[in-house]
Design a protein around this ligand. Structure first.
Ligand code: PHE
Length: 459
């Protein structure tokens, strides 16, 4: 028998539309929705950020998502293979595919650290009940152990393959996540004083809308939909031709948006009810929420449920980060899935160590002022912060810029539209006309704007 990767008919596929939608929604729904979105909204004045974010998702994120998915399905390949299939080997565009694979490695390495915190906090009452966040994040063994544990879970799912690993676990974990969020929301919105939090979250104050807020909202739209580094190219590559990309992609956007909005309903009422500051930044869910939980009736259970759901959400996303890298080695290097997962897992674990030790455990990783000066690199002064800024924020914008130019102009938005038409009974040609125009002109220009925003370092 030939190895899996030599003929495209042997390539694994999602077993059903719902399987794909849940797997891709699982990729999208993650720390981005429950950790990053609330703290950005908290810093960005609440409702004003939420409004701009929703517009960015609808008009930029979603149409660009259709582009990545269609490139993946057309080529049936990982990001490097997808670009090669259009340009042939030897084109400079392959660098963009290479960036995707590298970004998969790097994002997975530090994402696992934050995910490890979520796991650790779920069992913190047993693990280290009296420890504050600073001590927790600075503990070398706790962090290394949690990263290893979380990465191991990710490897175990991905080694099972597309249908028996990723799809199966997404089908189990996503519904669990949904129910857990509902439980926490019920507790949060029934607290005395919750209404003020809801008002902050839902009623936009238009005077808060600035250029920086728009850039942050756009960047969040890309991060939360797993765009700009080929995760959706890879997931699209397992789509059968009979599936309707725009319809399935539309569901992914819908579910992802729902979970982000629900995260706000968990967090803001609780923050306001307990008199905490919403503009605390990245420490929001790890520092402020535990304080809030501690004061609240049934807080211990709610805390456990919250960090459990955060861990689950992170897992279905880390799976997709690893899958980008695995699919590259399986398609391009003819490695078996098992071998790829094993080798990439070990390398990612080693790469994760500097991030895991960058909150006080090892001075050289925790304070990079010897490299970037006192102000840090764009304000980031430890390894995790710098990687998240360079790859997870600015890098995704740069990736999305080049990929949108590639899809719009090199491959051609009209050919991408033909791919979207296949399997679709719902897409009127008029809509595709608008989509082609957007993919060619609007998306690359707007994304270029985000790139500039990041590079000028206002964020
Ligand atoms: N979308 C994920 C989240 O919101 C993060 C992610 C980004 C996953 C890029 C894959 C690729 O947490």
């Amino acid at each position: 028998r030939l190895p899996m990767s030599t003929t495209s008919t042997d390539r694994e596929q999602w077993s059903s539309q719902i399987g794909f939608v849940l797997a891709a929604a699982g990729s999208a729904i993650g720390l981005g929705n429950i950790w990053r979105f609330p703290y950005l909204a908290g810093e960005g004045g609440g409702g004003a950020f939420v409004l701009i974010y929703l517009l960015c998702i609808l008009f930029i994120g979603m149409p660009y998502l259709f582009g990545e998915l269609s490139l993946g399905r057309n080529s049936q390949k990982n990001p490097v293979g997808a670009i090669k299939s259009i340009t042939g080997g030897g084109s400079a565009w392959i660098v963009v595919g290479g960036f995707c694979v590298l970004a998969g490695f790097v994002i997975l390495s530090y994402y696992s650290v934050v995910a490890g915190w979520a796991v650790g906090y779920a069992v913190k009452d047993v693990l280290a009940p009296t420890m504050g966040f600073e001590a927790f994040a600075a503990s070398p063994w706790l962090n290394v152990g949690l990263v290893a544990f979380f990465l191991l879970l990710t490897l175990l799912v991905v080694v099972g393959g597309v249908e028996k690993g990723i799809e199966r676990w997404a089908k189990i974990l996503l519904p669990v996540l949904f129910v857990l969020i509902l439980l926490v929301i019920v507790r949060a919105v029934t607290l005395d004083g919750a209404a003020e939090g809801l008002r902050f979250y839902l009623v936009p104050d238009f005077s808060e809308i600035t250029f920086d807020l728009v850039i942050a909202a756009l960047g969040q739209a890309f991060f939360t939909l797993s765009l700009g580094m080929g995760a959706m190219i890879t997931y699209g590559s397992y789509l059968p031709k009979r599936e309707d990309i725009a319809m399935s992609g539309g569901y992914v956007v819908l579910f992802n948006t729902m979970i982000a909005l629900m995260a706000g309903f968990m967090i803001f009422p609780a923050l306001f009810a307990m008199g905490a500051d919403p503009a605390t930044g990245p420490a929001l869910v790890f520092v402020v929420l535990p304080e809030v939980f501690a004061q609240m009736p049934l807080g211990g259970i709610v805390e456990f449920l919250f960090f459990l759901l955060l861990s689950i959400a992170a897992l279905t996303s880390s799976i997709s980060l690893l899958e980008v890298v695995v699919s590259y080695f399986v398609d391009e290097k003819n490695w078996s899935r098992r071998k790829s997962v094993l080798i990439i897992g070990v390398i990612t674990f080693l790469m994760a160590l500097p991030s895991a030790l960058s909150f006080g455990a090892v001075g050289a990783f925790s304070d990079l002022s010897y490299l970037f000066g006192e102000g840090g690199l764009f304000g980031q002064n430890n390894v995790l912060g710098v990687l998240d800024y360079l790859i997870g924020s600015a890098g995704l914008a740069v990736g999305a810029f080049f990929l949108s130019v590639f899809i719009g102009w090199v491959w051609g938005a009209d050919r991408a539209a033909d791919e979207l038409r296949q399997g679709s009974s719902t897409l009127a040609d008029g809509f595709l006309g608008v989509w082609i125009f957007g993919m060619r002109y609007i998306i690359p220009v707007v994304v270029f704007g985000i790139v500039m925003g990041y590079l000028t370092g206002t964020l």
